[in-house]
Design a protein around this ligand. Structure first.
Ligand SMILES: CC(C)(COP(=O)(O)OP(=O)(O)OC[C@H]1O[C@@H](n2cnc3c(N)ncnc32)[C@H](O)[C@@H]1OP(=O)(O)O)[C@@H](O)C(=O)NCCC(=O)NCCS
Length: 182
């Protein structure tokens, strides 16, 4: 498997698809990396998780467009990625093809706290357990940096998604508060 490292157990909803495997990638994701020459290997689909920051901003914009998010200036997205503590991406890799299918990032004080932002899974891949797998990947990475307080801002329609992973609203009555320029 070269430098592709098997990391995830297969989410149940995808377990029947024998050609899908789950991996973490620790280097640059290059087309064709780790793929044997035979046809079976070329056709096998892998879902790869990575913390590489070198994300094609246009590909990320396409992913965000696909879920209907408002566009943001790319220079600011680039800056936000550069200054994030953790950048997590999820890729569908098949032979020489790779496609960005999920993304999340976290900002942090590098000691106690981290906040997760921009969690997204492409609609073609939603409802298969991949959003949960991406969040688990992010949480595992944050825990490995000894970050113990993880927060996020959930859109109203996804509160239950985060609840399934143990996130709580207003623990001990604590309220998130916002300030916006007038
Ligand atoms: C929210 C999102 C990341 C979920 O990804 P996904 O791959 O579809 O989620 P999963 O299939 O891993 O679902 C995991 C669990 O959450 C539940 N779930 C998924 N989406 C949900 C939603 N919108 N509301 C409530 N529960 C949800 C699933 O039923 C599943 O429950 P289970 O573990 O009991 O079976 C994805 O729908 C998405 O990208 N949405 C658009 C962008 C967005 O709104 N991001 C969040 C911004 S705060």
């Amino acid at each position: 498997m070269g430098f592709w490292k098997t990391w995830f157990s297969t989410p149940e909803s995808l377990a029947t698809n024998k050609t899908t495997s789950f991996e973490e990638h620790t280097g640059e994701i290059r087309s064709g990396s780790g793929v044997n020459g035979d046809a079976a290997a070329r056709n096998a689909e892998r879902i790869v998780f990575s913390t590489e920051r070198d994300i094609d901003l246009y590909e990320l914009e396409e992913l965000c467009d696909a879920v209907g998010w408002s566009r943001r200036p790319l220079r600011k997205v680039k800056k936000a990625i550069e200054h994030s503590f953790l950048v997590a991406s999820m890729w569908q890799v098949r032979g020489n093809q790779r496609r960005l299918i999920g993304f999340a990032r976290a900002t942090s004080d590098h000691a106690f706290n981290a906040t997760i932002w921009d969690v997204v899974v492409h609609p073609d891949f939603q409802g298969k357990g991949l959003g949960k797998a991406l969040m688990k990947y992010v949480l595992r990475k944050l825990r490995s940096e000894e970050i113990s307080n993880v927060t996020l801002f959930a859109d109203p329609h996804v509160v239950d998604f985060y609840r399934t992973m143990g996130f709580m609203s207003d623990p001990e009555g604590i309220k998130g508060m916002f300030w916006y320029p007038h």
